[in-house]
Each structure stands twice: as structure tokens, then as C-alpha cells.
Design a protein around this ligand. Structure first.
Ligand code: ADP
Length: 440
């Protein structure tokens, strides 16, 4: 036990004994009418009482400071036992209580920071809100996925899409809903799941937001490739004998039988079968390209060199071409010939889109995006643009709006970009041209 505590413990009984003795002496003095002594004793007794009241007030103040410290989470408060104080026992107890409170709060705070960091770094968005639409908490991923800066109420999500707040409010636990939105010119699919939980009697709704766009895209590509592989295999198996038989028959007819003995229709029909089947074979082989993109051979490519190479190739004399790469040091890690192929496809599409307009222009540019540090290459034209109904479909294999089109170009571009772990996006409005962006 500290010396000050022992002193304090002895001090209190001594004070009481002294008070009793003083009261007895006062009684004695009054009895013998010793007025001066009585006055002196009364003063001393009053001083004692004042001292006791002062001590009591100090203890109350210390208690109040402790309660305030707990209330306002102020860990800097100290009741140092060494400091001069009227009640060291109480001070020591308060210091111990405060120390325990402080260490518990530090543990809780460390846990809070740990979970906050953990939840902030996972790639799913988490959003907690009340039934009345007030948002309780969300992690950074929510803002990133939805492309917004700050939210307080569910209704603030109307800027992402007018129907998003009501969609979140209507979610049912265990049932996944897909929310489709446009972000930077790309359609994104976000899977939404709801969990309801209760804390301190309050009902809270936790929604997880998971961007499944790239998963869906990869699945879609896989499905197309499987379908194309099966179809082309079957068609080619059937076509091969038709081509060779029609060829042999045509040759035999030419060699052995005088032409005039055969009805001309038979000869023409045989030739037509042969020609059409060969045409069909070329057509199918063209589609096979979609399933046979070789793995990219990556190397660092300076964008300015890439642009210089492409500039050498062209171009249509009636179109104004413009290449801009403000930063000569911009580089991408890519397969040079595959990326050239992508850019040529986009330029060819842009040229075809511009044929009917008075001052056709195609603009290729490159830059680094400030937010994500991704390199973006854009191919922009001032053609007729793409109608909204077609925007969703242009990357689907075989989708074309051109009479002689194959619908393979953009699908090929997309697959090449996927192999580069990048992406291709389009922004277009009817009558205002189109802008395709490659993101690396
Ligand atoms: P194809 O050129 O054989 O039609 P693509 O896959 O290259 O196949 O293009 C698919 C469709 O996308 C085109 O038919 C066209 O409707 C649309 N498209 C592509 N690029 C442009 C563009 N720059 N301007 C307008 N429409 C475009």
C-alpha cells in the first residue's frame, strides 16, 4: 500500500478523534464560561468541518471527471496517485478504473480499424441501411462500383439510376437480383444480395454489391466459342464430301461425256453446288477465327510507335485522319500484331460509318486515365453513330447491320482485349459519331 494511502487512512480517524476532543473541550469551556477559549474552539471546529466539505467536493469532482472521460472517450485524463490530493485511496481506484476503460477502448478501437480496413479492401461493395432509407455504413467499393462520391440516404443513389433505391428496398434475403448500369460507356452487371440483422433492437439491412460483368462476359465468350466450334465442325464435316463429290462429278462430266448429251441444267447445278459449298466453307472458316485467337505475345509497345506504324498503312483519301499522343512515354504491355489488328478493325468500321457524311474525320488518341492510371486508346469518328438498341449487341459475334458484314470484327476486338486483361467500351449517340475506347 502506498505511503500516501496509509497516511490518508490514519488521517481520517485522527480527524474524527480530534473533532470529538474539540467538541468535548468546547463543552467544557462553555460550562465554565471560558468565552475566549470557546470562541477559539468553535473556530477550530469550523475549520475542520470546512476541510471535510472541501475533501468531499474534491472526491465528487474526481468522480465527475471520470464519468465525463468515459462519456467523451477522453483517454488523456489522469488521476496520478503521486499528485497532491485529499483522497489518495479514491484517486487510486479511479486511476485503475480509467486504466481498464482505456485499455478496453484501445482493444475495441484496434478491432474497429482492423475490420474497417478489411471491409474496405474486399472487392464486394457493402452497404448497411435502415428501412427508412437512412444509410448507416458503406465501404469504399460501393462508391467505386457505383461511380459516386458520397451517400447518406438511399435516395441519393438516384444519380446512379432512378430505379436503384427502390430496387434495394425491394430485395429479399436469399434472392440475388442483377442490376444493370452504364459506367464509363460500358454496361455493368451488379449482383445484389440482402441480409437482414438486428443490433441493439434496431433492424439493419446489409446489401452486398458484386460486379459480375467480367465473369458474365467471360462465360458469354466461352459459350460462343463452344457453339462456334461445334457448328463449324459439323458444317465442315458435311461440306467437305459435298465439295469433293461435286468437284469429281464436274471433272468426270467434262472428261467423259460430251457436254451436249447432258442437260445444261445438270452441269450448271453441279457447278453451283460446288461454288456455293466452297463459299460456305470460306465463310465458316472465317468464323473459326473467333475460336482460334493465339495467346498474346506480350512486349512493351510505345503508343507513338504503334500510331506511326498504323499511319503508314493507309488511308482513304477523302477522310481526315488525326493521330494524337500527347505523352511520348506512354507504353502498353501487349501483343503488337493483335493490337494493330484491333485498331485496324476499329478504323475500318469508322471508315465504313463515315462514307455518307460530308466531312468525314477519324481521330485516334491515347492518354493515361488520372483515376485508375489505365492507358486508354480511343478511335472516334463523326459518322452517324449507333442506335441505343444496337449498342448492347455490337460486341456479340455475328451481329451486323451491314449488308455484306460478318459481325466478327468487334467480337474479335473484344476477345483480344479480354486476352490482354483489358477492355473495350463504346460511347455513341445517333447523329453524333462513335467513340471506341481500348483500356489497358
Ligand atoms: P461488321 O463490320 O462486319 O458489321 P463488326 O463486329 O465490326 O462487324 O461491327 C458490328 C456492328 O457494329 C456493325 O455492323 C455496325 O452496325 C456497328 N458499328 C461498328 N463500328 C461502328 C461505327 N464506328 N459507327 C457506327 N456503327 C458501328
Amino acid at each position: 500500500m502506498r505511503r500516501s494511502t496509509i497516511r490518508h487512512r490514519l488521517f481520517l480517524p485522527l480527524q474524527c478523534v480530534a473533532l470529538v476532543l474539540l467538541s468535548l473541550s468546547l463543552g467544557f469551556c462553555l460550562w465554565h464560561k471560558l468565552w475566549f477559549c470557546s470562541l477559539l474552539l468553535v473556530s477550530v471546529i469550523l475549520l475542520f468541518i470546512l476541510q471535510l466539505v472541501h475533501q468531499q467536493r474534491k472526491s465528487e469532482e474526481a468522480l465527475k471527471r471520470l464519468i465525463d472521460a468515459i462519456r467523451f472517450s477522453d483517454y488523456s485524463l489522469s488521476f496520478r496517485p503521486g499528485s497532491p490530493t485529499p483522497n489518495p485511496t479514491l484517486t487510486q481506484a479511479l486511476e485503475q478504473a480509467l486504466e481498464q476503460f482505456r485499455s478496453k477502448m484501445y482493444v475495441l478501437e484496434a478491432q474497429h480499424i482492423y475490420y474497417e480496413t478489411l471491409l474496405g479492401t474486399i472487392d464486394s461493395g457493402l452497404l448497411v441501411f435502415h428501412r427508412n432509407g437512412r444509410i448507416e455504413w458503406y465501404n469504399k467499393t460501393v462508391l467505386q462500383e457505383l461511380g459516386i462520391k458520397n451517400i447518406r440516404e438511399l435516395s441519393d443513389l438516384k444519380i446512379v439510376h432512378p430505379s436503384l433505391p427502390s430496387l434495394l428496398g425491394e430485395l429479399t434475403p436469399g434472392i440475388t437480383r442483377i442490376f444493370r448500369m452504364e459506367k464509363a460507356g460500358r454496361i455493368q452487371e451488379i449482383a445484389l444480395n440482402l441480409v437482414i440483422f438486428h443490433i441493439q433492437g434496431k433492424e439493419l439491412l446489409l446489401v452486398s454489391l458484386k460486379n459480375i460483368h467480367s465473369v458474365l462476359e467471360n462465360k458469354e465468350i466461352e459459350a460462343w466459342q463452344k457453339l462456334i466450334r461445334v457448328l463449324t465442325h459439323e458444317i465442315m464435316n458435311s461440306l467437305a464430301p459435298i465439295i469433293s463429290l461435286s468437284e469429281t462429278l464436274a471433272e468426270r462430266i467434262n472428261e467423259s461425256s460430251p457436254k451436249n448429251q447432258l442437260p445444261p441444267m445438270t452441269v450448271q447445278a453441279l457447278q453451283a453446288i460446288h461454288r456455293r459449298s466452297k463459299g460456305l466453307l470460306d465463310f465458316v472458316q472465317n468464323y473459326r477465327k473467333l475460336t482460334r485467337i493465339p495467346a498474346p505475345q506480350f512486349s512493351m509497345i510505345a503508343i507513338k510507335d504503334l500510331f506511326a506504324e498504323i499511319q503508314k498503312l493507309h488511308f482513304a483519301s477523302d477522310i481526315r485522319y488525326h493521330f494524337s499522343c500527347p505523352d511520348d512515354s506512354l507504353q502498353i504491355l501487349a501483343d503488337r500484331s493483335q493490337i494493330e489488328q484491333v485498331l485496324l478493325n476499329l478504323i475500318r468500321n469508322a471508315e465504313e460509318a463515315c462514307t455518307e457524311i460530308p466531312e468525314p474525320a477519324i481521330h485516334l488518341s491515347a492518354c493515361m486515365l488520372a483515376e485508375t492510371k489505365q492507358i486508354a486508346i480511343t478511335v472516334e469518328d463523326n459518322g452517324p453513330g449507333i442506335v441505343p438498341e444496337a449498342l448492347d449487341k455490337i460486341f456479340v459475334p455475328f451481329f451486323t447491320t451491314k449488308p455484306g458484314g460478318s459481325g466478327i470484327g468487334l467480337s474479335l476486338c473484344k476477345q483480344i482485349m479480354t486476352l490482354h486483361k483489358g477492355n473495350i467500351a463504346v460511347r455513341s449517340h445517333p447523329g453524333q459519331g462513335s467513340c471506341f475506347t481500348l483500356l489497358f
